[in-house]
Design a binder for this molecule. Structure first.
Ligand SMILES: Nc1ncnc2c1ncn2[C@@H]1O[C@H](COP(=O)(O)OP(=O)(O)OP(=O)(O)O)[C@@H](O)[C@H]1O
Ligand SMILES: [Mg+2]
Length: 391
């Protein structure tokens, strides 16, 4: 079958047509928009002589062109500029809509400079004059190569976006498990160790009373003294255990809600560091979903730790409020300020962790320089269940 006959085909056999931008070495599907079958055949011959294996389909009406594009994906479109019933620019506009990644080359006998500029602006890949058809092979090859490179780039970008999404989901899941684990350990430490220590304390009291009953005995006194020392040690241990449990998961967050937990954490911070904290809270407890409350609290802890470690601040202003359906937490210090390099640094894992926590709940964290220096951290997280998370 010669190329002219091939060109006459209106439909390529299904299943063998490569995706748009398929490699230039495989069989290609080329759509030729041309009313002159002889010209179309000449192009096919030239490309075949250039070593380009391809199946061709020729159309010469707008309807035929649209139908062909609907029927299958083409690797390339070669289009005449002036056709009896429509023109190359119209074909180009349709192609850019239907298959924006398929290379589109204008092949025409007469193309003014203005038309060339206009068509390139409208998204044509290249153009070839019919008087210079020797250029067709190299132009087609370059267009196919670029389309293939672009396809690979898109594929790589999509793969990257997918893996980023997976990584994010994994981080969120690990964070959730970590939080659940902390809550469980915190409860166990608080309840079980707490109860045991209370038991020990009661036993010590009992022994103390019995020893007291023995009256003033020189042999008893040193034992009593040691006993009281032990009781003090037990008291200190109870406090330490409570603190460890609270650090793991502040019970106040679960029992009294986020605003009280923020208030408590701020006053702990103030007494630990000596940096005064002004806290502004909503008059009523906002209706926050529990995971949002946890995220706000953990981000708040990290932000305060950063103030203590890096800011050299003398004041921290904290505000929590509801804005539309979002919880909004602002932590503003008057310290030395955070630099752009800190923000861009991939090693700023604390800052990254804050952002990831918020992002996992469709929220965000922003860091800004305060008007008089210092750093302002703003955390925004939808307070109620986010739409895509379902009820
Ligand atoms: N409030 C702040 N004021 C000034 N600089 C800050 C402040 N918060 C963070 N930074 C800067 O941003 C950097 C990154 O913070 P990030 O929390 O990510 O790391 P880190 O606190 O140094 O270590 P960690 O991973 O233990 O949190 C800090 O090293 C610090 O230079
Ligand atoms: Mg930090």
């Amino acid at each position: 079958m010669n190329s002219l006959e091939k060109i006459g085909m209106t439909e390529s056999p299904g299943g063998e047509v490569p995706a748009p931008g398929a490699g230039i070495h495989g069989p290609l599907a080329i759509l030729v928009v041309e009313d002159n079958a002889r010209d179309a055949g000449l192009m096919a011959d030239l490309l075949a002589a250039d070593g380009l294996e391809a199946r061709y389909e020729r159309v010469d009406t707008l309807e035929g062109f649209k139908a062909a594009l609907q029927r299958q994906a083409f690797s390339l479109i070669l289009s005449d500029y002036s056709l009896p019933s429509f023109d190359g620019l119209t074909a180009l506009a349709v192609a850019r809509q239907v298959c924006p990644d398929t290379p589109f080359i204008l092949v025409s006998g007469a193309l003014g400079e203005e038309t060339v500029v206009e068509s390139l602006r409208a998204g044509a890949t290249d153009y070839v004059l019919k008087q210079r058809l020797d250029r067709l092979g190299p132009v087609v090859r370059r267009a196919l190569k670029e389309a293939e490179q672009q396809r690979q780039r898109r594929q790589a970008e999509a793969a990257l976006a997918r893996s980023e999404q997976q990584l994010r989901a994994l981080t969120a899941r690990l964070e959730k498990l970590r939080e659940e684990e902390r809550t469980r350990i915190s409860r166990e430490i608080h309840d079980e160790l707490g109860q045991m220590l209370t038991g020990i304390k009661m036993d010590l009291r009992w022994i103390e009373r019995r020893l007291d009953d023995l009256g003033d005995d020189r042999r008893v006194n040193p034992i009593l003294e040691r006993l009281m020392g032990t009781a003090e040690l037990v008291d200190a241990t109870v406090k330490r255990v409570q603190r460890i449990a609270a650090e793991l998961r502040p019970g106040i967050l679960d029992k009294l809600g986020l605003p009280m937990a923020l208030q408590y954490e701020a006053s702990e911070f103030q007494s630990r560091t000596g940096i005064p904290c002004q806290v502004k809270l909503p008059p009523t407890d906002p209706p926050l979903r529990p995971e949002a409350a946890t995220a706000f609290f953990r981000i708040f802890q990290e932000a305060l730790t950063n103030v203590a470690r890096h800011a050299r601040a003398s004041l921290v202003e904290i505000e929590f409020r509801l804005e539309d359906q979002d919880g909004c937490l602002e932590i503003k210090d008057n310290g030395k300020g955070m630099s752009g390099t800190d923000l861009a640094n991939p090693k700023s894992l604390g800052l990254l962790g804050m952002q990831e926590r918020a992002r996992a709940l469709n929220g965000c964290v922003s860091f800004a320089a305060g008007p008089g220096g210092g750093t302002t951290v703003v955390v925004r997280i939808p307070a109620v269940t986010a739409p895509e998370e379902g009820p």
